[in-house]
Design a protein around this ligand. Sequence first.
Ligand SMILES: Nc1ncnc2c1ncn2[C@@H]1O[C@H](COP(=O)(O)OP(=O)(O)OP(=O)(O)O)[C@@H](O)[C@H]1O
Length: 628
Amino acid sequence: MTRVKKSPPRWREKSGAGVLRAWSALSLGLEAAPAKLACFTLLSLVGGALPVLVGWLTKLVIDRLSERATESGLLALGLALAVAGILQAVLPHAVGYLQAEIGRDIGVLAQGRLFASLSRFTGLQRFEDPVFHDRLRLAKQSGRTAPFDVVSGTLGCLRACVTTGGFLGSLLALAPLMAAAVLISSVPVLVAELVLSRRRARLLWQISPRERREFFYDQLLSNVDAAKEIRLFGIGGFLMDRLQRERREANAATRRMDRRELTTQSALSLLAALVSGAGLLWAVISAVNGRLTLGDVAIFIAAVAGVQVSTAQFAGDFARAHHAVTLFTHYQAVIDAEPDLAQASRPHACDPLEHSIELRDVWFRYADDQPWVLEGVSLRIPMGSSAALVGLNGSGKSTLVKLLCRFYDPTRGAIMWDGVDIRDMDAAQLRHRLTAVFQDFMHYDLSAHENIALGDLEHLGDTGRVTDAARRAGAHETIAALPKGYDTLVTRMFFPDNDNEDADSSSGVLLSGGQFQRLALARGLIREGRDFLILDEPASGLDAQSEHAMNRSLQEFHHGRTSLLISHRLGSVREANRIFVLSEGRIVEEGDHASLMASHGVYAQLFTLQAAGYADELRPAAVTLDAS
Ligand SMILES: Nc1ncnc2c1ncn2[C@@H]1O[C@H](COP(=O)(O)OP(=O)(O)OP(=O)(O)O)[C@@H](O)[C@H]1O
């Protein structure tokens, strides 16, 4: 079976890619709101022509007034001027409304595309990559704004071209030299805006690690889970200093950019003012000499100002579109990124397990520059048997679980499902055959029912199934006693019905750590009929009585199922058909409880140590009992 080789993400710019990206951004806009965009285009072009029309109408009115023309002609001109003025006043509001509408439509489409593309990353590696996080943050931002900025920037340029063209024509007729001077003075504006926009986009990318760290401290300082330690250890000030340091550093970088913009733009505005001042002087002298009429002077002044304003607008819009296209790189990069796990070109079906799951000489490290976590692990779990994995902290147990769920692929070696390498299977199909409870389980800010049913969405409304899973996990009594039973929100983060201000906020409750762990277990157990059950420390937060009850319930549930249990509490693994002892990434012992105890190895030492801890406490009690 051939596999498509996974390649590193393409973060670098390719030459000519800008035009393609601009087109992608434009097509996203066209797809999201074609009719609104058509209206927006029309209104933008009318908006571009209006200043020229108003300029000419003003000139005609002034000329007629100075010629003392008939009242009816003047009235028509005045009326036209009034209509153009009204349009000029109203258009920006209509354009603004359309702009917001188009922005909203593009936002929804871009967000959907972005998150759909994230689901192509079936593993976890991308989410642990800081560069990817920066890219994703900018992709979310640019996906929402860039397509519209490209569209509106392009239309802005078009509108500015219409205005500039109209006024330049007027200037050419009156003073060709002045037209050339105004045009030439606008070239540096355009170049400067382009350079600045490129720098602005680069700056955003450069400060993104700082902003990510700032976000981290920000979340930490406002997170209820962190609040206990922050208050107890008095580290709020320390964290706030770090938060502010990141902000100050980011601000320093943006300030440098702002200053550069300030000096460049001020110098260019000065140049524009000098050109228009010289033009004004020439126009006044020409009017005094009788070479220009009063109307000519009026249209001249309007034309010089109009050309300068619209070329500056052109430069600004062009820079905005250019900046948006540059930022859109991040959106496009996330959308186009290769899947993080190798994908078989013709995946092998993941059939129900018939024989065994097997790790063959599996080596794994999280990245090339990281140490090995697993160093040649080989183990076999026959179908229908219960296996257990024990080992010290950091020996690689949870890593092995993540490999079994195919969140990562082994660096070397293979994991076989009935003799088929799981890399040759579709990851989603494989996961459909598994169920798992992770050591770092999730707690969803939803109802108790949903917290369990999320384990098997096909049965979201199946109350009986949810209750059964809760019973097996020992969570039923707790949930049933909640104010609204299974419908109780197990969070204080959201009010019921979200936006309903009158909702009774007291109906959301928080559970204890152990109770949340039972919900997580129920979420894993609701996935009935799966071929392989993985439990990574499912009882770490339970009291002794609950753990005992859960062990018994799980033993019943395990019976005849293929399962892997990881636990530091060796009392709960002793019933497993086969126990594997993992030490520093290697399986150092395996066998059932009795044989491992008889071999007096690592397992026996650990078990004896744990048992002795309890026995020491029990002995005096036993003596006391005997004595009585
Ligand atoms: N996402 C990760 N990126 C890099 N290193 C990791 C990652 N997750 C775990 N590690 C490293 O892998 C090693 C094994 O971790 P793992 O969580 O598999 O151990 P464990 O046996 O489950 O430990 P514990 O008993 O404490 O749960 C550790 O040294 C840890 O630092």
